[in-house]
Ligand binder design. Structure first.
Ligand code: UDP
Ligand code: MG
Length: 316
């Protein structure tokens, strides 16, 4: 019998957890052809999340948990979960039921019967999301897919079921700055995409502010493309060409019409513009440098404070 590990990152999810457990119990009953392990990762919650996880662990031995010493982010939670999952099949699922557990039987069936290594999901619509947020996301995907060789699928969710081989490959990518959407594509393997309509959160509220999303999108760009680094060179060449043309024009104009002193406003504008472009390019270099800096420190991706294994004295 196969074992399916389900990794569930939780950050302040006291309201969603009971609802999720109930929904998941039904799915586990329905899928009696497989064994289950629910691996909850408490990402430094400040509410009763850890308490609920402990009681779930007491009540149902299929529920395990890892608890971080602070909020390390969903990416770190996913990585910790993948590293500790025991199953032959591993799923990643949000706790708010926006990743419907009812899709799991279908995903498992596909991996069992078809030649795929993973089944991933993406949403076909963005209903229930603010317009500006949808617009920014769409623009981000267009931009990153132009400059990155790794395809970042628009609307892709983290909800997926993978075979062990793929999990091990993902674990080999132990980079500090993690962008799962890119990592899962980068490792390759055959992936089948399932589409479903966006579902609203079952309880609680989203943990992603616009600021967090923006920083996350930068993670995607710097993690999977170095194209912005060439921007400085391209802009440099372009400006050399323009200045060469301008010199020719000025020389010819002076020869024909003399040299009246004028044009300082345009000069100031040009100085400002070139200065701006230079700062912008330095900023891009700075972004990559800061990522490299963090990467070379080799800091741990997460720090465990507690886990369901702890009480037996067993190390994880
Ligand atoms: N999450 C997490 N750490 C964070 C933020 C979110 O583990 O710092 C978890 C959260 O508990 C949920 C999942 O990641 O299970 C998705 O978060 P959310 O529903 O807030 O994101 P959205 O669905 O709005 O993209
Ligand atoms: Mg959600």
């Amino acid at each position: 019998m196969h074992m399916i590990s389900v990794i569930i990152p939780c950050f302040n999810e006291e309201e969603a957890l009971p609802v999720y457990y109930e929904a998941m119990t039904k799915v586990m009953e329905q899928m009696d052809m497989a064994e289950f392990e629910l691996l909850f990762v408490d990402d430094g919650s400040t509410d009763r999340t850890l308490g609920i996880l402990k009681s779930l662990n007491k009540r149902d031995e299929r529920c395990r948990y890892l608890s971080f010493s602070r909020n390390f982010g969903k990416e770190a939670a996913i990585y910790a979960g993948l590293g500790n999952a025991k199953g032959d099949y591993v799923a990643i699922m949000d706790v708010d039921l926006q990743d419907p557990p009812s899709l799991l039987p279908k995903m498992y069936e596909i991996l069992e019967n078809e030649e795929y290594d993973s089944v991933a999901t993406k949403r076909s619509t963005r209903t229930g999301e603010p317009k500006i947020r949808s617009f920014l996301s769409e623009s981000f995907y267009k931009f990153i897919n132009r400059i990155s060789k790794t395809e970042i699928v628009n609307g892709a969710r983290d909800y997926r079921l993978m075979k062990r081989k793929m999990v091990d490959a993902v674990l080999e990518m132990s980079e500090y700055n993690r962008f799962s959407k890119g990592i899962f594509q980068w490792v390759g393997f055959r992936t089948k995409w399932l589409e479903y309509e966006n579902v609203e959160r079952a309880a609680g509220e989203t943990k992603w502010s616009m600021r967090k999303l923006f920083l996350y999108s930068l993670e995607g760009i710097t993690g999977f493309s170095v194209a912005p680094l060439s921007l400085a060179s391209i802009a440099g060449v372009l400006f050399c060409l323009i200045s060469f043309l301008m010199i020719v024009v000025i020389v010819v104009r002076t020869l024909i019409w003399g040299d009246p002193v004028s044009g300082w406003p345009s000069l100031v504008c040009i100085i400002f513009m070139v200065g701006g472009i230079q700062l912008f390019c330095t900023g891009i270099v700075g972004q990559y440098l800061s990522k490299t800096y963090l990467e070379t420190k080799h800091r741990p991706i997460f720090i465990l404070k507690d886990s369901s294994e702890d009480k037996d004295g067993g190390a994880l």
